[in-house]
Design a protein around this ligand. Structure first.
Ligand code: ADP
Length: 160
């Protein structure tokens, strides 16, 4: 049975993430989507908020579970009995970093394979950072993120 992992910051989850998650959920028996606790990034949403949003937006896929991790990705993957790490590729600019990570993870363990999935072209320009930037500048993020995220973003950037 193939169990896959999609790791990420998901700060917040976008429709681009959900496209990859939905497609991976259709390929693998079991899919774990995990939020990384990265101390060098200062997220807009707390780890708990990011997990809650993911839980809501992934409820439609019965084989998807939400988790979180800290530290070495391959160690977490092994602890979770994961055979495959799935990462999305948007543009050539993603490639270099992803290639480096995949090679290093392969150096650390041969038990976990990294698989890349091409973005849906409609999401090629979409990232959590751009969504946060639009929200901060007062623009609409409709169609880029789930509705619940739209509301939460509005509350985050202009609390009243
Ligand atoms: P990280 O900080 O680990 O890059 P992200 O939350 O930005 O975390 O992304 C998690 C995964 O989702 C990565 O593999 C990333 O390439 C992928 N991803 C993000 N946005 C998109 C998108 N618009 N289309 C396809 N894949 C995406």
């Amino acid at each position: 049975m193939a169990r896959a992992l999609i790791p990420g910051s998901f700060d917040p989850v976008t429709n681009g993430h959900l496209d990859i998650i939905g497609r991976a959920a259709g390929i693998y028996d079991n899919l774990l989507v995990s939020v990384g606790r990265n101390r060098s990034k200062s997220p807009l949403f707390t780890l708990e908020e990011r997990m809650e949003i993911l839980r809501d937006s992934c409820a439609q896929w019965r084989n998807v579970q939400i988790g979180s991790f800290e530290g070495l990705l391959v160690q977490y993957a092994r602890e979770q009995d994961v055979n495959v790490i799935v990462r999305g590729l948007r543009a050539v600019s993603d490639f270099e970093y992803e290639f480096q990570m995949a090679q290093l993870n392969r150096h650390l363990t041969r038990e976990v394979e990294t698989v890349f999935m091409m973005t849906g072209t409609e999401y090629a320009y979409l990232s959590s950072s751009i969504v946060k930037e639009i929200a901060r500048l007062g623009g609409s993020v409709k169609g880029l993120v789930p509705e619940d995220v739209e509301t939460r973003l509005r509350q985050k950037v202009q609390p009243d």
